[in-house]
Design a protein around this ligand. Structure first.
Ligand code: PLP
Length: 433
């Protein structure tokens, strides 16, 4: 960090910026000043290959020129306008999103990000059904606000449990099965049995919704086994329960599909989105609402709203992002990279390094589960994970490290050459471990 601007950025951060999910004193943030595509850099010119997509959100890559230009054009025309107005950018953003949704979805409620998308989806489900409880999974993340953090299934829920009506179940995760399963089919059937028994025990007529990440992301890129999501849909239908699928991390290209649930033979009632919809160039999220739920609020007030719902800068960036993703085949690129380049390369990495217990994923959404011992599957200790993370950064790669896993989650625009470079870095860092 030799450049004055980098030093100043660092000092100002440490003096005045309060960071998420951290004890503040020991923080040592990396300074980033610029970026393009899959690369970011500081003012001194140190470059990093971004295989985190930041918080798994920069799907289109950094500084996509069409998205930057659309934000600039909207800024010149009308920077902000209240949510009660009709605005062309907002309408076009909603139209573009609806065009990617399953049949029977025509309305979008825009929020400021993913967590408040979850809040509002839960609110809609409760008002539509007249029921109260929400079932979600251990091993999930749904955001930092009132109900979203209590729906969350990781440690972050525990100090924040002020919302009520939340129940958790275990989902399928064959590598660390809670159900003594040895095949994906067994895992799927037993996880469904467990869900249905919890529904029965909680009182089905009091349950508004089952809320699931289509693919739990932060919890480890847990691809649902065959039949699981369709089975959840069938159980929900039998008990009059709504299904909310959280596509905040998995949606808009990450899996090589527009929505992660496509291909799982399931259509939810509500879909939450954020992150990839505009790659976070302007903060935004939202709820895609199926027609019967939207109709509930035709003549009944929807008791929810936000000053920045459908903010025109966010809306313009969504239109440009989704158009560029379609025109440039960016979702197809994510699918091809996953199937033909990144997936095979990660599997061959696992053949060379015993510390990799499992490789799982699709598209540009992968996890390497690191273990101290392949037989016991004991997680690699956090001190080793910390050393590995620092080593990867030192070798010029921004990793996404969570618990005992490296999530390999580059932008959807990643190239074959980027992957080759990243695999070389992972290989060297794992060998040095
Ligand atoms: N839902 C999922 C699946 C997420 O991964 C996240 C964020 O990581 C959220 C919701 C919350 O989104 P935000 O941080 O934009 O509030």
């Amino acid at each position: 960090m030799s450049h004055d601007l980098d030093r100043r950025a660092y000092e100002l951060d440490r003096a005045h910026v309060f960071h998420s999910w951290s004890a503040q004193a020991a923080l040592d943030p990396l300074v980033i000043a610029g970026g393009e595509g899959t690369r970011v850099w500081d003012s001194a010119g140190t470059r990093y290959l971004d295989f985190s997509s930041q918080l798994v959100n920069v799907n289109i890559g950094h500084q996509h020129p069409a998205v930057v230009a659309a934000i600039q054009a909207q800024t010149a025309q009308l920077t902000t306008i209240g949510p009660a107005t009709a605005n062309l950018a907002r309408g076009e953003a909603a139209e573009r999103i609806v065009a990617r949704a399953p049949e029977g979805f025509s309305k979008v409620f825009f929020t400021n990000g993913g967590a408040d998308a979850i809040e509002n989806a839960i609110r809609m489900a409760r008002l539509h059904t007249g029921r109260d409880k929400v079932i979600s999974r251990y091993r999930s993340y749904h955001g930092n606000t009132g109900a979203a953090i209590v729906a969350t299934g990781d440690w972050r829920r525990i100090p924040n449990e002020y919302a009520r009506g939340h129940v958790h179940v275990f989902g399928p995760y064959l590598y660390r099965s809670e159900f003594w399963a040895s095949t994906p089919e067994e895992e799927s059937a037993r996880a469904l049995h467990h869900l249905e028994r919890v529904i029965q025990a909680e009182g089905p007529t009091g349950i508004a919704a089952v809320l699931l990440e289509s693919i739990p992301g932060t919890a480890g890129v847990l691809i649902p086994p065959p039949g699981y999501l369709a089975g959840v849909r069938e159980i929900c239908d039998r008990y009059g329960i709504l299904l909310i699928l959280d596509e905040v991390m998995a949606g808009f290209g990450r899996t090589g599909r527009w929505f992660a649930f496509e291909g799982h033979d399931v259509v939810p009632d509500l879909i939450t989105f954020a992150k990839g919809v505009n790659s976070g160039y302007v903060p935004v999220g939202g709820v895609l609402i199926s027609d019967p739920i939207a109709a509930t609020f035709d003549d009944r007030v929807f008791p929810g709203g936000l000053t920045y719902s459908g903010h025109p800068l966010a809306a313009a960036s969504i239109v440009a992002t989704l158009d560029a993703m379609a025109d440039e085949g960016i979702v197809e690129n994510a699918r091809r990279i996953g199937a033909d380049v990144l997936g095979p390369a990660l599997r061959s990495l696992a053949e060379r390094h015993d510390v990799i217990g499992e490789v799982r994923g699709e598209g540009v959404f992968w996890a390497l589960e690191l273990v101290a011992d392949r037989t016991t599957r004991d997680p690699l200790p956090s001190a080793d994970m910390g050393r590995l993370k620092n080593d990867l950064i030192g070798r010029g790669l921004l990793p996404f490290v969570q618990d005992n896993r490296i999530h390999v989650v580059p932008p959807c625009v990643v190239t074959d050459d980027d992957v080759a470079e990243a695999i070389g870095i992972y290989d060297a860092a794992l060998a040095a471990l």
